[in-house]
Ligand binder design. Structure first.
Ligand code: 5GP
Length: 188
């Protein structure tokens, strides 16, 4: 049964940056934009695991366009994020040649991950390729990546929730929040 009870804040979360209601409202707007832009086409949404899962599923429910979904998973080499060494750990199931592609991400930070993915996907000759990202931290950018569809621009701070993790935790929070420093700083 659906309830409208207020969101209970996780004890490790210091503050909510974007509420569940604001996320859902913005997703309706993004879906309307995508429906309009892709009318008469059959785009393929590529969800980047794991962070995009909640966003992708809520976005899909709001879309009317005839669409398909597929997934990719990438990981940055441990301690090597700044060098842009990205590894593909799960590839697409289907051929995307000639298709209209929308890559769905949770957040664009340095842009290194999407820079790698875009380069990789373009070699497969899609008809078009655009990026949909729930969050954008433009201050942290190292690679020129411009999402065509962007949920929210946020300041350069570490956020969790709604798919985004810290050490694989907090992905299930329905909002975007900032953790209490005590959660990630060693005690003592
Ligand atoms: P980029 O390659 O653009 O620097 O970063 C992309 C990936 O880094 C995202 O898909 C996400 O996994 C991770 N990331 C970047 N900023 C944040 C953040 O504020 N919080 C979390 N949880 N992950 C982030």
């Amino acid at each position: 049964m659906m309830t409208n009870s207020p969101t209970v804040l996780h004890p490790d979360v210091e503050r909510v940056l974007i509420s569940e209601a604001d996320i859902q409202k913005r997703i309706v707007e993004l879906a309307a934009e995508i429906d309009r832009d892709y009318e008469g086409l059959a785009p393929v949404f590529i969800g980047i695991l794991k962070g995009s899962v909640l966003f992708l599923s809520d976005l899909l429910k709001r879309l009317s366009v005839d669409c398909r979904i597929d997934f990719m998973c990438v990981s940055s080499y441990e301690g090597d994020r700044s060098t842009g060494v990205v590894r593909l750990t799960l590839d697409l199931r289907d051929n995307i040649e000639g298709r209209d592609i929308l890559v769905v991400e949770d957040i664009v930070d340095t842009g290194l991950t999407l820079g790698y993915l875009k380069q990789n996907l373009m070699t497969r000759k899609p008809r078009s390729l655009e990026i949909v990202s729930l969050l954008d931290k433009p201050e942290a950018r190292k690679v020129l990546i411009e999402p065509k569809y962007r949920g929210f621009q946020i300041p350069n701070e570490f956020v969790v929730g709604y798919g985004l993790d810290f050490d694989e935790r907090y992905r299930n929070l329905p909002y975007i929040g900032v953790l209490k420093p005590s959660t990630y700083q060693p005690q003592g």
